[in-house]
Design a protein. Structure first.
Length: 118
């Protein structure tokens, strides 16, 4: 299990490293055949449902021209967690958009980002 065969997923992101563990999940972007295309987002893990699903919350700012200010908004995204990535609540994660994996899941966790990525 020490040999890690990760696919080049074509994504370079500061603080992102390929998982040190290996898995044989087909729906893993690193070891399976899951393609990541579309968006990339950074968010915080706020819920873990089972082993395969994380709820990621994202804070973002929207400019409101009427008040010339930014409004703070939040969104929650369901993302699949490949078996080779272990998550804890509060982790900052990079998620990538992929094909729909379940009714409400079309994102996958690519990895945990190191501290300081706020
Ligand atoms: Zn994997």
């Amino acid at each position: 299990m020490s040999e890690s065969k990760v696919r080049d997923i074509g994504i370079k992101f500061e603080g992102l490293e390929p998982p040190s563990k290996t898995c044989d999940d087909d729906e893993c972007p690193w070891h399976g055949h899951l393609k990541v295309r579309g968006g990339l987002l950074v968010g915080r893990v706020i819920k873990l449902r089972g082993r395969k699903l994380a709820v990621v919350e994202r804070d973002y700012l929207v400019y409101v021209s009427k008040f010339k200010r930014y409004e703070r908004r939040r969104s929650r995204i369901h993302a699949r967690v490949p078996p080779c990535i272990s998550l804890n609540l509060g982790d900052n994660v990079l998620i990538g958009e992929t094909r729909p994996l379940a009714k409400s899941v079309s994102w996958v966790v690519l990895g945990v980002l190191k501290e300081g990525g706020h």
